[in-house]
Ligand binder design. Structure first.
Ligand SMILES: [Zn+2]
Length: 135
């Protein structure tokens, strides 16, 4: 039986990070559908869970490994960007009483200026655009 399964999985994609994330999402969807007011077969989350489960099974048994690998890379890239955004937000939140944060109108570079200096002219360190803001 084990041998048969191994033979079956040869050349197929298997599990990856995106697959694990899908599994967790499927689980969350099913739990939500259990606790939702509607009966589980009628709940939207139930059907989203079923759909994602089918996608996950399809990805695992897919023979197009290059395409699956690309999807996983895209997922990892998105997750990395989200975590960077979160950590940036956390830093700004922690420093909010000492600094003000602005985005440069020229290049959208984030600029940090000390609070409590009234109206000041800020020069972007990246593109040297000048703009006036309250500090
Ligand atoms: Zn700039």
């Amino acid at each position: 039986m084990r041998e048969k399964l191994q033979k079956f999985m040869i050349g197929r994609y298997g599990a990856d990070e995106l697959g694990r994330a899908l599994n967790i999402t499927v689980l969350i969807c099913f739990v939500i559908s259990l606790f939702s007011a509607l009966l589980p077969p009628l709940s939207v989350f139930y059907w989203i869970g079923i759909l994602l489960f089918i996608v996950q099974i399809y990805r695992m048994f897919s023979r197009n490994t290059a395409r699956r690998y690309q999807e996983n890379q895209k997922f990892r890239d998105l997750r990395y960007r989200a975590s960077r955004k979160r950590s940036g937000f956390r830093t700004r939140w922690a420093q909010r009483s000492i600094y003000r944060f602005y985005k440069c109108p020229g290049c959208r570079q984030r600029v940090r200026v000390p609070r409590g200096h009234g109206k000041i002219c800020i020069t972007c360190p990246k593109c040297k655009t000048e703009f006036v803001k309250k500090s």
